[in-house]
Design a protein around this ligand. Structure first.
Ligand SMILES: [Zn+2]
Length: 422
């Protein structure tokens, strides 16, 4: 079996240092990079390209199964040269096993096909029996900018089409990236759906890769959903969440209500006005995390597929404090990743308008005004706020503000669809 000689205690990594593939970077120790990571960070790091530090060839981050390594941490991971590269490199690694062959190994193709066909038809039938859903189609062709996709089921709800992909085989990273990028640029919304009767599959790395991009959350469908949908006359789906204990990864599920499902699809934002689809939820959760690297790693993994500028621009343009403050204003509690008390929203607002910080965060003051006046609740201002706002306006640079809005409007619209961005 591949790499059987490796185990968590004694693993010697052939490639001891790597650099980033997408930008100049100093060589990094692989042990120091990988060992402290949890399952989520490992999965996200697999979407960030690296080079071998010894020969410069592109490398892939491989992750051994939890059941074989006894840990969910990065101690089970190592870099290996991409197929056909690294010839002559002193760091010898074994040939890659293709994602397609992992799928073939795990599933008998014909059985998987029958199960897939059953679930697809059952999801379609459940949609047709639900008066919330205006239309449902099997394998309809959708195109955008010359690219085609054929979701398993497409539903039309409130004039919007949602494509559903029943993901029974482990998805390759190319599949995950390609679908994400396609639907992000398309008016068609998208939902990944697992087989609810096969939730132990979430332990397979390709499902880890998919789920952690979605903040560890996904929908599922199975016979229990079919029976409940028929009984209630409403489409019933399961919401699945995974947790990493350090020793294993477990999946829990619960029924998802119709309003939650509509938010999940991206048809409606949450009551706060913040987008509530799994990608947005993952963003907001990482933004609110006091662990500062969480958002960065997720952003690196997702930004190319979401069509967002690089992380360094996100930081340089002050997006972290401005989005942290906007989320705090709209939800009424601190969500900027600071360790302030949950109700200290006024302090978050005042800090995010400081005029003496390298990122020029105060230049976003027109967006703050929009957020402060958008809610029905009393805006979170204190005696200092008028002075802070006045100082930000006095230092305003309309040319730079126009440039920032041009670059970042898609992100604001994506994450806070209700905010009237100036
Ligand atoms: Zn090498």
């Amino acid at each position: 079996m591949l790499d059987q000689h490796l185990n968590a205690e004694t693993m010697q990594r052939a490639i001891a240092c790597v650099t980033r593939l997408d930008r100049p970077s100093a060589p990094m120790s692989v042990n120091r990079l990988l060992d402290p990571l949890d399952a989520e960070k490992l999965a996200l790091l697999r979407f960030t390209p690296h080079r071998c530090g010894h020969c410069g060839a592109p490398v892939n981050l491989r992750v051994r199964a939890v059941e074989h390594s006894g840990t969910t941490t990065g101690r089970r991971a190592y870099f290996a040269h991409a197929a056909g590269t690294g010839n002559g490199c002193p760091a010898l690694t074994s040939p890659a096993i293709a994602a397609a062959s992992i799928g073939a190994h795990q599933f008998d193709g014909r059985q998987e096909g029958a199960r897939h066909r059953y679930l697809k038809q059952a999801l379609m039938d459940a949609a047709c029996g639900d008066s919330h859903i205006d239309d449902a189609m099997l394998e309809v062709l959708v195109t955008n900018e010359g690219v085609h996709r054929r979701p398993d089921v497409a539903m039309v709800i409130d004039g919007r089409m949602i494509g559903f992909d029943l993901q029974l085989a482990p998805p390759s990273r190319d599949t995950i990236r390609g679908r994400t990028a396609f639907y992000e640029r398309s008016p068609v919304l998208h939902a990944w759906v697992l087989d609810g009767a096969q939730l132990d599959q979430v332990n397979l790395q390709p499902f880890q890769d998919l789920l952690w991009r979605l903040g560890g959350n996904i929908l599922a469908f199975d016979e229990a959903c079919v029976a409940r949908s028929a009984a209630l006359g409403r489409l019933q789906m399961k919401r699945v969440s995974i947790t990493d204990s350090g020793r294993d990864i477990r999946a829990q599920w619960s029924w998802i209500t119709w309003p939650e499902l509509a938010n999940w699809f991206g048809l409606n934002p949450a009551p706060t006005g913040l987008a509530d689809d799994p990608i947005s939820r993952a963003f907001w959760a990482h933004l609110a995390s006091p662990e500062r690297t969480d958002l960065k790693l997720w952003y690196y993994a997702m930004a190319p597929d979401l069509g967002l500028p690089p992380w360094k621009d996100f930081v340089a343009d002050g997006l972290r404090p401005v989005l942290g403050a906007l989320a705090s204003i709209l939800s009424g509690r601190v969500r900027d990743g600071s360790t302030r008390a949950p109700h200290a929203v006024r302090a978050v607002v005042n800090t995010s308008l400081a005029t003496d910080v390298f990122d020029g965060r105060h230049l976003w003051v027109p967006v703050f005004e929009a957020a402060l006046h958008s809610g029905s609740a009393a805006p979170p201002v204190d005696g200092n706020t008028p002075r802070v706002l006045a100082r930000a306006w006095a230092a305003h640079d309309s040319g730079e503000f126009a440039r920032r809005i041009r670059d970042w409007r898609p992100l604001f619209t994506r994450l806070i669809p209700t905010l009237p961005v100036p």
